[in-house]
Each structure stands twice: as C-alpha cells, then as structure tokens.
Write a protein that binds this ligand. Structure first.
Ligand code: GLC
Length: 800
C-alpha cells in the first residue's frame, strides 16, 4: 500500500494520502533555526538548541500525535464551518476534503481543497533570517463570493524543555505576551534575551496571545473555541500559556486569491518590523525560495549519479544526501523521538557523520571535526556527549551574557566537570575521528589542517596530527586480559556490556585508524611514524586473526567474566554484524576469513528488509552480556535490522568484489523500494530509520525513528565511495566501482578540488569489480591525477 510518490523533478516527496500510519517528517532550516514538521503541520521550532531554546511547544509521545503545530484555520462566515489547511488538527473526512503534503528540500507545503476553497501553506526558513515563514494562499474556486476568516495558531514554549514540562508553580509565571503594531511579542522573562515575535504581511483584524482563550479549556486544537465563535478576545498577559494567533477577514470573489505571509521569528518588536519590511514585497520571499533551491542544488551538483537504477539515483542525488546533511547540521536530538530532551553532540555519531558528506559540505564537516578535536582529552578518549561551547574559546559577547539559571535548585555535585573520567569513556568514540580527518584532508587537499593546533578538553593543545596519534595510543594501551581492546563503558553498541570486557569491534576500528595514519604518514613523509604504525599493524593482524576467529566468523567480544559474545558456542547472539563487517572493512581479516565471515553474515543475518544486528535474538536477561538481553527480541540492539551498520557490510562486500551482494543488501534496506509496502514499513520511504523490527518481533519489517540516524550518512558514503567506488585519494581521484554484474555502467559528475569530473564507467564484460582502462580527457592513464585548472574533465573507465 502506498501513500505518496517521489516527485524527482521537483525534489519532493508528495503525500497524497495523508492518513499515514505514523508521522512522516521534514527538517526546515539550514543554519541556526530549525523546524521539525510532520505531514499534518505538527511539530516544533527551535533556535540553536532543541533543549534550551525551544520556540514552540511539542507534546511528545502524546495522543493525538505530534501536537501542537503551525496551524492555519479557515472559517466560512456564512455557516461557521471551518477546516485547517493541513489535514490535522481539524481532520475533515477525507472523502469531503482533499489534502496533500509535499516534503521538499528545506520546504514543506500543505494543500487542501474543501468546499470550493483551495488553500496552500508553504513552510520555510530563509537563509540569513532566523524566522519560520508560513506562506499561505487562499483561493476561491467556487462560483460565489466567499466571506472567510483565517486564523493562525502556534503555541509558545517556555524555552527550556525541562522548565516546559515541570514545576509549573514557577514555569507558568515566567513568560508574558503582548500585541503591538501588528505583532505578537512573546517574552521569556527569566532570560536576558528571551523574545520571539509573530507577525504577518497584513494588518490583522484580530489577535490572541493567550492559548486558553483561543482553544478553550475543554476544547483542543481540533475545535478551538475562538474559531468556532469566529472571533478572538485579543488579550496578552504576564504569566500563563501563550500562542500566536492573528485573524484576517477575507472577502474573495470567484477565482480571486489572497496571499497571507506569517513570520514566527527570533527577537522582539524591532526584529518583527525589520522582517515585515524585508518581505513587504512577496517577490522577496520568492527569491528566498530560490536561494534555498540553489543551496541544495550546489550540493547536488557536487556528486550526481545517473545509473538508471531509480533507487540509487533518487536517493543519492536527493534524499540520502539531504538526510546526511541534516544530521551534520542538527545532530541527533531534534526529532519526535528525542523531542529535544537532550542537546549537544554524541562523540561517535558526530565523528561518523562528519566523514560522510565532506564532498558536499566541507565547511560543515570541518566545523564538526574541530568541535570533536576540542572535546578530546589529553589521554586520547573523547567526551561522550558534549556541547561544543564547553570547549570553545569564549567570544566577548558570549562572556558578557548572563548564563541562564533555573530558579529551581537542582544540586550539582561539587567539582562536577564537563570532562568525565575513563569510567565513562566509550572505547570506540574517538577512533571514528581518525578516518574522518583523513577523509577530510583527502577530499579537500588541505593538508595544512593536520598542523593546525587545537585545545584538548582537559587543557593544553596539540596539532590535529598529534590528536590523531593520541587516539590510537590510547586504544593501544587500553587492552584487556586477552590482549584485545577493552570495551570500556561501551563500544558502538550501547547495549552490550563490555565494561571490563573486551571488544572485537574496537580492535578492528583501531586497526582501521592505524591504516589511515600509516597512509597519511607515508604521504607526508613522516617515516618514523609510518614504521611504528606498520609495526603495530603487522602485529595486530596476525594476533586478531588468531584470537578473534571463531571458525566461521569473528567473535563480538569477551565479557569481564571471560565469556565469549558472538560465538558458535553461545546459545543466543551467536553471530553479530559489527565485528564481522569491520574485520573485513578495516583490512585486518585474512582473505579466506574475510570471505567466510561475509558468507556467514549472509547466511545467518540477512533478511528481505536488511541485515540483522545479531542472531538468534537474546530471550533471557543476562547482565553479564548486557542490557541487550533486556530489550525485547527483534527490537533495537537485540536482533533488529539496525540500519546504521548495514552499509558497513555493503562496503565490506565491495572491498571483496561482491557487487551483486552489496546491491542486494542495499535494495533490501533502502526505503525507496518500500514505497508500496507502507502497511509493513509504516515510516517515511524517503529517509532511513534507526531500526526495522526483526523477524522475532510481531511487527517484523516496521521501521522506527526516521531521519536522525547515522544510517543516512553511512548509506551515502557506502554507495558513493564503495559501490560507485569514487573516492578521493591523497593526490588523485580514485574510480574503483563494485557494482551488480548486470549493470552496463553508470555516469557520475563529481566536483573534486575545484575541478569537475564527468565520469563514465563502462562494464562491457559485466564484471562486478575491476578496472581495465582509464581515460582522462581521451588519453589513457594509470590514475586520475588532479588537473587543478578549475575546468571540466572527462573520465572514461572501462571495467573488466
Ligand atoms: C544509537 C546511538 C548510537 C549507537 C547506536 C547503537 O543509534 O545514537 O551512538 O551507536 O544506538 O547502540
């Protein structure tokens, strides 16, 4: 069953059946302000931090779902009938009204046709402005004059998510609202600069600042009292709950339409006036749409594939790129799942995100890499969850600002520090950063970056290269009783209890980090370093292949009681994905073991919806193995199809030349191919979800937690770098595809260090991997050297 379709021409996903089984989301904004919106205009808005600077309120995990939101009600003065432009909150029967939602790149549009009125509401956050714009059009498609009242509605939040949800004897008295010169000004009085405004491009005929006046104590957003009555009371107040309602009366002749533009922004009266002035002429807004379009087009033009396989082209050129970029911009905590209850950056997630879209977003990825470098301790481990500002050299303005302090006393232990000790360090966190930095310098050619100096979280400073060396030294020291890397607080899998135990995954991640450093040292001519990295690599390779091999695959780890995890000798959780993917992807596994282990993954973990994280599922709580055994079978880390590590396996298959299998895996997980089975998938088909219920769960195949997951980035990276095989070398562009044998080839236009390469890959012999000939501008070459002339060059690669 399908609920919509991909409109590739306009880079939109069009939901033409809006009674979806769950919310389908979009993220608006590409700078500091972000709106998370669903297909019925439910969601929330924040500025910089979803936890500390929440502008509109959201009631997470509530019924009806995803309320409140950014609503526009239209009421017919003749008979008092009303509807909302988005299907919810009024929710007219779908056989009486026609609704559409178009999620696009940084815009979402709601449309409704109801009783001769066509209405549209386009949402966006223009580049350079901290304002959410609602661009509303109301058109009279009927044959008589229509007398209408249009009401906007958004509910303000008390900014800090904790304050918004508790201790109402304080919170209810911290915020005030007033109406002035066409704008509603909201003030969080506890804060120094706690203002927001709501205004429009017209003079309103009524307004309301008080939520309960508008909705009514016994009503909901579905049937607000003021809309039923057709009039607002027009009040603001110090204290209480506040909202943004502007009322506009329209009289529309047949065929006539009105464009009402609303602005929900950061700042007070002055900012509201400035924004009104700026967008006085709606053409200014049309230009802002074009700027947003160009913003994304510039990125899309940096890597554009045409393979003839719609599930690759549509996802890589648009949706997976978009998902990966949004993760780099806003990280993980702004969603309907996290509800902004946390803020900041997770070390491991961010370190991986920052590697995936360097070609399309070098500045954004560098910013993240620098934040991670500053959050590294001198010992070489990262601060697991941190806010970048903790470790930033303060700027003068920030220093002068009084920090917000809640009047509610929440005692903090004396000496509490942002820098946690070893007992809270996750063994994998910083190891992800080494390949990301290597990727960054290869992509950009900015090798000077390696000698730039940055501070450590616990004091002192060092070059980027020194930071990298500390990371591997730390992991080389942190070994357990069996000589393999400790898991510390956790490795990538948060639910395996490897504290005190040892982790095969971390061991292979260390191997990969050492490979990166060794290659870097070779390129930079740092011979002593290279020799010492290579010595370790040699030692670890033979040691890992002996110690970690289980017969048909690699074990996942060893608990602090010395029990193996992920071994044939276990009854449950016999085989795990992560260690086997990385055994191959890191280059550590001997060739025969690499092949056997990948075959085992295929045999024991592959399902039609993707690869299980482990199997068989754990069914009995066992705290030696960890929390994973207290998660229901088939959910989350316990034998679900956890999306994030799936592309690790696709990539590993590509290193072994198995293009058919890599694509089969890609197809199984890729949401694009599940557009027609939404009765099973439930979630949106344009973004990867954190996990899909595994075969031991009654909801097998149902996808959960869209958008904010590392699976977008990793999928993008695996397809571009391993399947299409186009990746940056130190001083060359590498084209080394691994594709299904049936493919005749493909084309990629790729920007690289100032030039554009128009790459045509031909596969006349129908192989999966192997490059026979390379032509650069029609001349046969061994490798693609960087032209560096800022022009377009043609590359022809013949596989065979
Ligand atoms: C979540 C976390 C991520 C972790 C994964 C597996 O996605 O954000 O850090 O690696 O779960 O436990």
């Amino acid at each position: 069953m399908r609920y919509g379709y991909f409109d590739t021409e306009n880079d939109e996903y069009v939901i033409d059946r809006v009674d979806l089984p769950t919310s389908w989301t979009n993220y608006l904004g590409v700078e500091d302000m972000c709106a998370v919106l669903n297909h019925t205009a439910g969601g929330y808005l924040f500025y910089k931090s979803p936890e500390y600077h929440r502008i509109t309120r959201f009631r997470g995990n509530a019924i009806p779902m995803d309320r409140p939101g950014d609503y526009v009600y239209i009421r017919d003065r003749e008979d008092g009938d009303y509807f909302s432009i988005s299907w919810q909150p009024v929710g007219k029967p779908l056989d009486e009204a026609r609704y559409i939602c178009r999620h696009g790149l940084s815009t979402t549009t709601y449309e409704c046709d109801y009783r001769g009125i066509h209405a549209g509401q386009k949402m966006s956050i223009p580049i350079g402005d901290n304002v959410l714009v609602w661009d509303v059009t109301v058109r009279n498609d009927s044959k008589r004059v229509r007398e209408l009242d249009v009401f906007s509605y958004a509910e303000f939040s008390f900014h800090h998510v904790p304050i918004d949800n508790q201790n109402f004897q304080m919170s209810l008295y911290c915020a005030g609202s007033e109406y002035k010169d066409g704008a509603i000004i909201y003030d969080l009085y506890y804060e120094e600069e706690g203002y927001q405004y709501f205004t429009a491009n017209f003079e309103p005929d009524g307004y309301e600042c008080l939520r309960d006046n508008f909705i009514g104590t016994y009503n909901t957003e579905t049937n607000p009292k003021a809309v039923i009555e057709g009039r607002c009371r027009g009040q603001g107040q110090k204290g209480g709950n506040h909202c943004a309602v502007l009322q506009k009366s329209l009289s529309l002749l047949p065929g006539q339409s009105a464009r009402l533009i609303y602005f929900l922004g950061e700042g007070a009266l002055k900012q509201s006036q400035d924004i009104r002035e700026k967008y006085k002429d709606p053409a200014a807004l049309d230009r802002a749409y074009q700027e947003l379009k160009n913003f994304w087009k510039n990125k899309q033009d940096r890597f554009k594939v045409s393979s003839g396989e719609a599930g690759i082209d549509t996802m890589i050129n648009t949706w997976t790129l978009y998902q990966s970029e949004i993760n780099v911009m806003f990280s993980r905590f702004a969603s309907f799942i996290e509800v902004g209850g946390r803020t900041g950056l997770g070390y491991r997630d961010t370190a991986q995100d920052a590697m995936t879209v360097i070609a399309t977003n070098p500045e954004g990825c560098k910013k993240r890499i620098v934040e991670l470098l500053r959050a590294l301790t001198t010992k070489g481990y990262g601060i697991h969850l941190f806010e970048p500002r903790w470790f930033m050299p303060e700027d003068e303005k920030e220093k002068k600002k009084k920090p917000f302090k809640s009047p509610t006393v929440i005692p903090e232990p004396e000496g509490a520090s942002k820098v946690h000790g070893l007992s809270d360090a996750c063994a994998d966190d910083a190891l992800w950063l080494v390949p990301s930095i290597t990727e960054y310098v290869r992509e950009t050619g900015c090798y000077d970056f390696l000698d730039e100096k940055y501070g450590y979280a616990d004091g002192g400073e060092g070059t980027v290269y020194e930071h990298m060396k500390r990371i591997v030294s730390f992991s080389l020291e942190q070994v357990g009783d069996h000589g393999i890397c400790k898991g510390l607080r956790a490795d990538w899998n948060d639910c395996l209890n490897l504290g005190g135990g040892e982790s095969t995954l971390v061991s292979f991640l260390l191997y990969r980090a050492l490979v990166c450093l060794s290659e870097l040292a070779l390129f930079l001519g740092r011979d002593d370093d290279r020799m010492s990295f290579d010595k370790e690599l040699k030692r670890l390779k033979s040691f890992f292949n002996d110690t970690l091999w289980d017969g048909k695959w690699f074990i996942r780890g060893i608990t602090h009681n010395g029990r193996k995890i992920g071994s044939a000798e276990n009854e449950e959780g016999k085989i795990h994905l992560e260690s086997n993917a990385w055994a191959v992807l890191s280059g550590a596994a001997d060739e025969d073991k690499a092949r056997t282990t990948l075959d085992s993954v295929y045999e024991y973990l592959y399902t039609p919806y993707g690869i299980l994280l482990n199997a068989p599922a754990y069914t009995k709580p066992d705290d030696d193995i960890g929390f994973i055994t207290r998660v229901y079978p088939g959910l989350k880390e316990n034998s679900s199809i956890f999306s994030h590590p799936n592309p690790w396996v696709w990539s590993a298959e590509c290193t072994m030349g198995n293009g058919d299998r890599a694509f089969e895996y890609y197809r199984s997980l890729c949401p694009y191919y599940q557009n027609d089975i939404i009765e099973t998938r439930h979630a949106e088909p344009y973004s990867y979800c954190q996990f899909i219920s595994g075969k031991d769960h009654s909801a097998y195949g149902e996808a959960h937690h869209p958008f904010m997951t590392g699976s977008g980035g990793w999928s993008y990276f695996a397809v571009t770098h391993y399947m299409l095989g186009i990746r940056p070398g130190f001083d060359e562009l590498i084209v080394d595809p691994c594709i299904p044998a049936r493919w005749d080839g493909f084309n990629v236009k790729r920007y690289f260090r100032g030039d554009v390469y128009d790459i045509t890959v031909e596969n006349p012999a129908h192989v999966q991997k192997g490059v026979k000939e390379i032509y650069l501008d029609d001349t046969m070459v061994d490798k693609i050297n960087i032209a560096g002339d800022g022009r377009q060059h043609s590359v022809r690669v013949v596989m065979g």
